[in-house]
Design a protein around this ligand. Structure first.
Ligand code: CP
Length: 359
């Protein structure tokens, strides 16, 4: 069965099909109304959301389907101690597809091991957010007319920014992508993305200290919020929270045809004076999120029982009783998920669920 847990669960061809269908839905919305009638989407949100949950809801409604679920796990039997796996087993009796957001990394992957319906990862901790990635790809395509060949600057919180991690993984499938990383030392991109994605797939990347030195090179500037909720140390958050702010003066250094993306919500990293600039694409990006989620729901339904569209083949997991995942926010340190690992091409072992390096 096809789930979407990580952007690499989709082949490049499948991503192209979803983006192309989303564009057709935008052009011919009436053709798709009713295509999911009598189908149900469950939205299980263990962590707050505005865009992702409501765009999934709106997408399913546009397709003529119905939506059930919770936006606060405390109102469900999770508050009585029900596990993620038991919850999806139960919800699979009521719904045809599940969109789940969880603060615990790897929770959705663990859930797929028992689910009878497709699971869509709507964000797991700092790890991954593949439907935001589809939104971002559609937005870049619509703003610039192409994705191949772009130079993209990621700015702000690249350490905890799951949307950044997922988008870099997806861009590794495209041609001639250049990545520029603009972040303070405390918020640099994790090594596993630099090594396993950029270096392994040959995406050139460089790290810089200021926005000004690269603004003129960028086709896309991807701004991110410094996420207070991910910090274990409040002093560290206070030191970096105002690191990079996009204003009209900095926009004046950019190309005439550049797109500013931001997964939102923003706090203060883009001043509102930028909103009227035609290159500010972040509110158009929100609307694209609804269309691309419509396309994803349609495609997952179409692919559900098609062996041509299964999950990617994985190497066998490595089990070693002497090893433990070191990430306190990983599912295997929060529920009874087994500590298991995958061996990368560099011979490094990483947690099966959250990708944390083991040795
Ligand atoms: N972009 C995004 O994931 O927004 P929400 O947290 O509001 O869903």
């Amino acid at each position: 069965m096809k789930h979407l847990i990580d952007p690499t669960d989709l082949t490049k061809q499948e991503i192209d099909e979803i983006i192309s269908l989303a564009q057709d839905i935008i052009a011919h919305r009436e053709r798709y109304q009713g295509s999911m009638s009598h189908k149900k989407l469950a939205t299980l949100f263990y962590e707050p959301s505005t865009r992702t949950r409501l765009s999934f809801t709106s997408a399913m409604m546009e397709l003529g389907g119905n939506v059930l679920g919770f936006s606060d796990a405390r109102s469900s039997s999770v508050s009585k101690g029900e596990s993620v796996q038991d919850t999806v087993r139960v919800v699979g009796c009521f719904a045809d597809v599940i969109a789940m957001r969880h603060h615990i990394e790897g929770a959705q992957l663990y859930a797929t091991e028992v689910s009878t319906v497709p699971i869509i990862n709507a964000g797991d901790g700092s790890h991954s957010h593949p439907t935001q990635t589809l939104t971002d790809l559609l937005t870049i395509q619509r703003e610039l007319g192409h994705i191949d060949g772009i130079t993209i600057g990621f700015c702000g919180d690249l350490r905890f920014g799951r949307t950044v991690h997922s988008l870099i993984k997806a861009l590794s499938r495209y041609k001639d992508i250049k990545v520029i990383l603009i972040a303070p030392d405390e918020l640099k991109l994790p090594d596993y993305i630099k090594q396993d994605v950029c270096e392994r797939t040959g995406i050139p990347y460089r790290e810089v200290a200021t926005m000004e030195e690269v603004m003129g090179e960028l086709d896309v500037l991807y701004m991110t919020r410094v996420q207070k909720e991910r910090f274990l140390d409040e002093d560290e958050f206070d030191r970096v929270k105002d690191s990079f702010v996009l204003d009209a003066a900095r926009m004046s250094l950019a190309k005439k045809k550049m797109a500013v993306l931001h997964p939102l919500p923003r706090v203060n990293e883009i001043l509102t004076e930028v909103d009227a600039d035609p290159r500010a694409a972040y509110f158009r990006q929100v609307e694209n999120g609804k269309f691309v989620r419509e396309a994803l729901i349609v495609k997952l339904h179409e692919w559900k029982d098609d062996p041509e569209h299964g999950m990617p083949v994985q190497d066998e997991p490595v089990y070693d009783d002497t090893l433990r995942c070191v990430n306190p926010k990983c599912i295997c340190n929060n529920e009874h998920a087994p500590h298991k690992f995958r061996r990368g091409e560099d011979d490094v072992l990483r947690c099966w669920y959250c990708d944390s390096k083991v040795r």
